[in-house]
Design a protein around this ligand. Structure first.
Ligand code: PEP
Ligand code: MG
Length: 547
């Protein structure tokens, strides 16, 4: 245990703002890999039985709570999951594997995954859903066997410290209870950082608090701009950080003068300044700051923190709410970009060696057409409520876009046959976030209606630096000439084909590059609502160099 007394640590600021308060440790628990330190078959059987009992109890509680809160479906779902834990075929399979010498974890993984794969291969949408349920149950059992703890909500306003924040954790946190985040790993472009910025919560990464794990009354002062973290701050440090917080708030208030202003440079050049959002709630913030549209609705954020994907009707109501919040303004909804760090247990694709290079984004949708079509149906049905645009993530090849467009076409025919209203002229665009997409931008521009450059992933893939890994953030230089050339080339290809090109990655808010982007001819910048006003002010002070 560390000795008490003020202790200063230096991390990397990944979301601006300052805070002082008690530290709440978000402990995801330790994961024990399958096969390690297995007990005798009798011991493993009893561990499995214990996990099964606890999983059943948790599911029964959840079913009761969900039933009372929303009635019907959600409650029933947990009941179905509880019943799976009674299924004789599954139980016999697991017990036989354990009796044959497998540790409980490996037996659960192999048997449940085996059944899930069999169900999937039947190519029946109902069975695919059951496979997803089975994987959900598998995740629950494994978490219990690993002893994973899932308490993620502090009881009072606190600084949340974690080894790593998953987007699904971040999104579930009650922002009124979170003063700041401090994590050991995670770069500025990881989704948890993006979410922290969107939620207006200060965050610092690269700070390891594990040495203080025994201390229950740890307090901290955090500055998400400078990356400083002071543990057990004395009165002077507390006052200093509280003053930083005040200053930050005052500056934010002054920026409100720009909310109703057009976005224009001093010499009259215009750029569409839009917002990145993750929920209908965020859309309200976008409208409040005068966002000229939604440049990126990360639709997968609707699913994070949930066990299952939403139904078509639930999605329809979320998209409709966003479109109605931004009347007459373009709203770009990106189709599901799950995979890598964004996982939904019900859609688990099994473990991947390199998830950032795995079945993510459009690939996952093309492999799960049922999931993709449900989303496209909801989107097209919502299209009558505003200026919807649909965008596909992670495109690397023309054929992927072609397949995605075929799904859109099939969904339109289906809706027409059912007599449901939709707009047939919804623009269909793509994210440019893989090097392959940059290098084939010429061809892609002939098939897509617009481009939006995802600089977060494009930086990751161009510089070969995992965006989740803070240790390589120095090497993932977002000002790398390769990235700037890639952006310029993409914009040129788009304009040659008469389509628009915007930027919706975090770099769009980098004021040191705004002038460069506008001089390149970037048509749109899309940033978190929290960054929009400052960017609009800075744009109003620019004069472009035009040839
Ligand atoms: C990007 O990659 O730049 C992007 C906007 O998408 P995401 O951060 O959600 O991967
Ligand atoms: Mg991306």
């Amino acid at each position: 245990m560390r000795r008490r007394g003020e202790h200063r640590l230096q991390g990397t600021g990944i979301s601006a703002g300052a805070a002082v308060g008690p530290v709440f440790r978000l402990d995801r628990g330790r994961r024990k890999p399958a096969g390690e330190s297995a007990g005798t078959p009798a011991e493993e059987l009893s561990r499995f039985e214990e996990a099964r009992k606890r999983a059943k109890q948790a599911l029964t509680d959840l079913s009761r709570r969900a039933g009372a809160a929303v009635g019907g479906d959600e409650g029933q779902l947990f009941e179905t999951h509880a019943l799976m834990l009674e299924d004789p075929d599954l139980l016999e399979g697991i017990q036989a594997a354990i009796s044959g010498g497998s540790p409980a974890e490996r037996a659960v993984e192999q048997v449940l995954e085996g059944f899930a794969l069999e169900m999937e291969h039947l190519n029946d949408p109902y069975m695919s859903m059951r496979a997803a349920d089975l994987r959900d149950v598998k995740g629950r059992l494994l978490a219990l066997l690993w002893g994973e703890t899932r308490q993620i909500q502090p009881d009072c306003p606190s600084i949340v410290a974690a080894d790593e924040l998953m987007p699904s954790d971040t999104i579930q946190l009650d922002r009124r209870l979170v003063l700041a985040f401090v994590t050991r790993v995670g770069g500025a472009d990881c989704h948890a950082a993006i979410l922290a910025r969107a939620m207006g919560i200060p965050a610092v990464s690269g700070v390891d608090l594990s040495m203080w794990s025994g201390e229950t009354d740890l307090t901290a002062a955090v500055d998400g701009c400078t990356g400083e973290v002071v543990l057990y701050p004395d009165q002077a440090a507390e006052d200093d950080f509280a003053a930083r917080r005040q200053l930050d708030r005052r500056q934010q208030e002054e920026l409100w003068a720009y909310a109703g202003q057009p976005t224009r440079t001093r010499d009259g050049a215009e750029v569409l300044l839009c917002c990145n959002i993750g929920s209908p709630e965020d859309a309200k913030e976008a409208a409040a700051v005068g966002g000229e549209g939604v440049g990126l609705f990360r639709s997968e954020f609707l699913y994070l923190g949930r066990q299952q994907l939403s139904t078509e009707e639930e999605q329809l109501s979320a998209y409709r709410a966003v479109l109605e919040t931004m009347p007459d303004r373009p709203v770009v909804v990106r189709t599901l970009d799950l995979g890598a760090d964004k996982q939904v247990p019900g859609l688990s694709m099994g473990a991947e060696e390199n998830p950032a290079l795995g079945l993510r984004g459009i690939r996952l949708c093309l492999e799960r057409p049922q999931v993709f079509r449900t989303q496209l149906r909801a989107l097209y049905r919502a299209s009558v409520y505003g200026r919807l645009h649909i965008m596909f993530p992670m495109i690397a090849s023309c054929w992927e876009l072609e397949e995605a467009l075929e799904h859109c076409c099939a969904v339109r025919s289906q809706l027409a046959a059912e007599g449901l209203a939709f707009r047939s002229d919804v623009p269909l665009g793509i994210m440019i976030e893989t090097p392959a997409a940059v290098l084939t931008a010429e061809e892609l521009a002939r098939k897509a209606d617009f481009f939006s450059i995802g600089t977060n992933d494009l930086t990751q893939y161009l510089t070969a630096c995992d965006r989740q890994n803070g240790a390589v953030s120095r090497y993932a230089d977002p000002h790398h000439p390769a990235l700037l050339r890639a952006i310029r080339h993409t914009v040129e290809c788009a304009h040659r084909s008469g389509i628009r090109a915007g930027i919706c990655g975090e770099l769009a808010a980098d004021q040191s590059l705004t002038q460069t982007f506008l001089e390149m001819g970037v048509d749109e910048l899309s940033v978190s609502p929290a960054r929009l006003l400052e960017l609009r002010r800075d744009i109003s002070r620019l004069t472009l160099n035009r040839d």
